[in-house]
Design a protein around this ligand. Structure first.
Ligand code: NAD
Length: 425
């Protein structure tokens, strides 16, 4: 059955969720406090880079099922309100719930009696109660419905999620929420709010753990002369382990893993458990940024403060324009702190962007290489696999490459005289 839905907070999660729900036949109003963003979206232009999203938004506007507004009073006829506002990292590592509480407080007086507020923002255990308190309405229900979409494949993830998790106080309310997603025909886990809230953190912490583990094993592979690629292949065929998320790289980052791992450490600490293992996962990740920088300095003939470095990739992964807590930025910061000059290219980042002192963002992968002592690949964009290596080698001052994503063709590089460092090989 089609429902009247509002999405509050129209960022990566809110916009994708709103557009997908509209494409499923629901009537969706997306509300955001940013008037410029709302105006842009109302024209069918989207402020983020996400595959398939702009078609979906335009289609939603054309069919009249997707609307954008800054006006909370439009919540009055909505049966479901999805909270998709940011929960950045607070000073002590815990999630900062200011946006969630502010949004709840500002929508409170407009909500229809009997409506359900779904919390899709990633929030610590107990936050559903906090939202209920900020709403101050005993005729409105609050449900935890964490979001698992991945930037870069957000539309696909939203339309074909692995599962839907619903944390509600009553079965009747949970079933009403489940009705929103029945057309997706995916597993639904119906539980209480604390379990749903914890599920999201555990998922992200486990994924971060996999990457830190594989990066630590990559260091061992390098030390003993093994090829990590083959090791991972051999390990991944074990069905208890699987192949997913076992690629070594420059470390994990993005808008979720760093803040969510720290928030889970904090949640555990507040509950009396010292999550040392997860602290080690975070520490291994910090070391990984340093290890990439070390690979660069090992290739240099002179000191880092006299070096020009070409960087390919600024976003935290391919197929997104999101640079929040990007490992690429972490590595660049360390290069620049060591005195290097960086010319960077990323297909989703405009040339001329002022990123930080000592970094110039240019408009092609080739331009970044002009006069550089080392080329460093930090994001796994497909187009880096298709570059003309002869052109690249002719532009570099020295044919050195650190491929921190293992995306380039190593034999092709070696045959052109490159000195090459990958991760784990
Ligand atoms: P975002 O920063 O891209 O978007 C948040 C939006 O909320 C912005 O447009 C902002 O203007 C708006 N906003 C802030 N306060 C508001 C208010 N009071 N009323 C209305 N709008 C308001 O954030 P995001 O990346 O979409 O993340 C949102 C939440 O979803 C976070 O808790 C995040 O951890 C979680 N999450 C994110 C991802 C992801 O891949 N980005 C995946 C799963 C879960």
């Amino acid at each position: 059955m089609d429902s009247n839905i509002a999405v509050v907070g129209t960022g990566y999660v809110g916009l994708t969720t709103g557009a997908c729900l509209a494409s499923m036949g629901h009537d969706v109003k997306c509300i955001d406090i940013d008037p410029a963003k709302v105006e842009m979206l109302s024209r069918g232009e989207i402020p983020i880079f996400e595959d398939g999203l702009s078609q979906l938004v335009r289609e939603g506007i054309r069919t009249g099922r997707l609307h954008f507004s800054t006006d909370m009073s439009e919540l009055g006829d909505r049966e479901f309100v999805l909270l998709c506002v940011p929960t950045p990292q607070g000073e002590d590592g815990s999630a900062d719930l200011t946006y969630v509480q502010d949004a709840a407080a500002s929508m409170s007086s407009y909500l229809a009696p009997g409506s359900i507020v779904l919390n899709k923002s990633t929030v610590p255990v107990g936050a559903s109660r906090l939202v209920a308190t900020a709403l101050g309405r005993d005729d409105v229900f609050v449900v935890s419905n964490p979001e698992f979409l991945r930037e870069g494949s957000a539309v696909q993830d939203c339309l074909r999620p692995d599962r839907i998790v619903i944390g509600a106080d009553s079965e009747e309310i949970a079933i009403r929420v489940a009705g929103l997603y029945t057309s997706l025909a995916v597993p639904m886990i119906i539980t209480d709010a604390p379990s749903a809230e914890l599920t999201k953190y555990v998922a992200n912490a486990f994924l971060a753990t996999k990457i830190s583990f594989v990066n630590a094993v990559a260091a061992v592979s390098e030390a003993v002369g093994a090829d990590m690629h083959d090791v991972v292949l051999g390990v991944g065929h074990d069905r208890r382990i699987g192949h997913g998320f076992l690629s070594p790289g420059p470390g994990w980052g993005g808008s979720c893993f760093p803040k969510d791992t720290r928030a889970l450490i904090r949640i555990a600490a507040d509950a009396g458990y010292d999550f040392e293992m997860l602290e080690a996962v975070v520490e291994v990740n910090q070391q990984q940024f340093v290890r990439v920088v070390r690979k660069v300095t090992e290739l240099l003939d002179g000191p880092l403060d006299a070096a020009n470095i070409a960087v390919w990739g600024l976003t935290f992964k391919a197929r997104t324009d999101d640079r929040r807590d990007s490992p690429a930025i972490e590595v660049i910061q360390r290069l620049v702190a060591g005195g290097a000059k960086v010319r960077a290219f990323d297909p989703a980042v405009p040339a001329g962007l002022s990123l930080m002192e000592g970094v110039e963002v240019v408009s092609t992968a080739y331009e970044a290489c002009d006069g550089a002592d080392v080329l460093v690949v930090l994001t796994e964009w497909d187009e880096f696999k298709r570059v003309d290596l002869d052109d690249v080698v002719s532009r570099l001052r020295t044919a050195n490459v650190v491929d921190a994503r293992n995306v380039l063709d190593r034999p092709a590089l070696l045959s052109r005289g490159f000195r090459h460092r990958g991760i784990g090989r």
